[in-house]
Design a protein around this ligand. Structure first.
Ligand code: CMC
Length: 429
């Protein structure tokens, strides 16, 4: 369109500038030409927490936060959750297309055949204290993988990148399950290649003395659906960490350790753990008014509510809630569900939440399912990290091939002292 430009008048100088608009954005660097003096640095944008800045172009995940829409590579999340398997979705996220039957077979073969980890990693996990948080153990174990696979540094080679992606998608569930077994003092369970991705994870978590573990098909499918819902979510905090750290051209294991660290925080993937702790603290539906009153005064936060992008019901939250009922049919109703349902009802009618467009997010109901399936609360963020692995890696792989990307290096507005002279210690107040 001929008029796809923005005219900016600088009232300091009266000069006008024209900058192009492409895909609903202007390039921040185009503002640099706006100066008062020729020697000025030029205008910058200030955007703490990136609330209105696109850091990349990406064709992986689409979100319309106002309409509550989430799509991977164009496919609505609802259809994928109903019809696809996690490994099929993982292939889609990485490669951009749903796999054919033979592509899925090959992809599953490679993932299945990279599930073992070096025995030294068991020794490393053994070194952690018995009550170490599983996310801390997972983060360190993934960082360690970079030392086992120094070939991963060759990030410019496509086949090499793909090999590291197979390794990570395959090994994360193994290491995740090992962290749990360590906290329980149980022997580690090796992968069973006859099982599905989710089924094998349940095997490595919960197998006891039986010769072969047979996961309940309803629970296996429920976990697969939860994995699909968590697989990618465009430029969230941990994905931004993956891209930012990866932009230094470090190996993907080191970059992913940073992403896991970001996910661990209570405002991100740690929220599912906090929701369960909050529901336990509320104790019964009778405790809700008191808790809501504390949220309104800013003393507490309603964990599992609110989102930077969704200003409508998070489409994943609805699917998670539906999945919860399927799990409760097998495992019995989680008593905390009644508190969660009532809390949601109350919050959706309270002006505090309505006016701020705060709705349940993916973390609000997922913890209830995980708890009913037998996962301890500490493991919840780990259950987020396993499926998000493919999202992080697909975003990293996209970034590595993007000729516009460089090392991530934001600017700042300096607010400190101007130049001043060193003061000898005997002359300081
Ligand atoms: N409980 C109470 N008030 C809230 C909440 C909440 N959960 N979330 C936002 N607000 C308030 C916030 O205090 C602010 O109020 P005011 O305008 O009066 O200052 C307003 O709503 C806007 O919130 P914000 O903090 O500016 O929004 P943000 O985009 O920076 O934060 C968020 C998004 C997800 C960090 C935040 O909503 C939050 O802390 N939620 C609870 C933690 C949570 O559930 N996180 C999981 C996110 S979804 C999965 C994932 O990405 O990991």
């Amino acid at each position: 369109m001929a008029n796809d430009t923005l005219t900016i008048t600088d009232n300091r100088t009266g000069k006008s500038y024209e900058v192009p608009i492409n895909e609903g954005t202007i390039r921040a660097i185009d503002l640099r030409k706006i100066k008062v003096e020729d020697t000025d640095f030029g205008l910058m944008t200030y955007d703490p927490a990136f609330t209105n800045t696109a850091s990349c172009r990406s064709s992986i995940t689409f979100i319309d936060g106002d309409a509550g829409i989430l799509r991977y590579r164009g496919y609505p999340i609802e259809q994928l959750a109903e019809k696809a398997s996690y490994l099929e979705v993982a292939y889609l996220i990485l490669h951009g297309e749903l796999p054919t039957a033979s592509q899925l077979k090959e992809w599953s073969f490679w993932i299945t055949n990279h599930t073992m980890v070096h025995e030294n990693l068991k020794t490393q996990i053994d070194a952690f204290h018995h009550d170490a948080h599983p996310m801390g153990m997972l983060c360190s174990s993934i960082a360690s993988l970079s030392t086992f696979y120094p070939d991963a540094r060759n990030i410019g080679n496509e086949a090499n990148r793909l090999k590291q992606i197979y390794r990570l998608v395959a090994k994360v569930p193994t290491l995740a399950a090992f962290t749990y077994r360590h906290t329980k003092g149980y022997p580690y369970v090796y992968p069973d290649n006859d099982l599905s991705y989710s089924g094998n994870f349940l095997n490595m978590m919960f197998k006891m003395s039986e010769l072969k573990h047979s996961p309940d098909p309803v629970l296996e499918r429920a976990l697969d659906v939860l994995f699909i819902l968590h697989a990618d979510h465009e430029q969230n905090c941990s994905t931004n960490a993956m891209r930012s750290v990866g932009s230094s051209q470090v190996d993907p294991y080191s970059a992913m350790a940073a992403a896991i660290a970001a996910l661990y925080g209570p405002l991100h993937g740690g929220a599912n753990e906090q929701v369960l702790r909050m529901l336990a603290e509320i104790g019964s539906p009778a405790g809700i008014p008191d808790y809501i009153a504390k949220v309104k005064t800013g003393e507490k936060k309603l964990m599992g509510f609110g989102h930077r992008v969704y200003k409508n019901y998070d489409p994943r939250a609805k699917l998670v809630r539906d999945t919860a009922y399927q799990v409760f049919e097998v495992k019995g109703r989680n008593p905390l569900l009644d508190i969660a349902l009532e809390l949601e009802k109350v919050a959706l009618h309270e002006d505090y939440f309505v006016s701020r467009k705060l709705y349940p997010n993916v973390d609000f109901y997922s913890g209830l399912i995980y708890q009913s399936m037998g996962f301890p609360v500490d493991m919840f963020p780990v259950l987020f990290a396993i499926p998000r692995t493919i999202g992080w890696l697909a975003q990293w792989n996209e970034m590595v091939q993007d000729s516009e990307q460089k090392i991530a290096r934001p600017r700042q507005i300096y607010t400190g002292y101007d130049s001043r002279d060193y003061v000898a210690i005997e002359h300081r107040d």
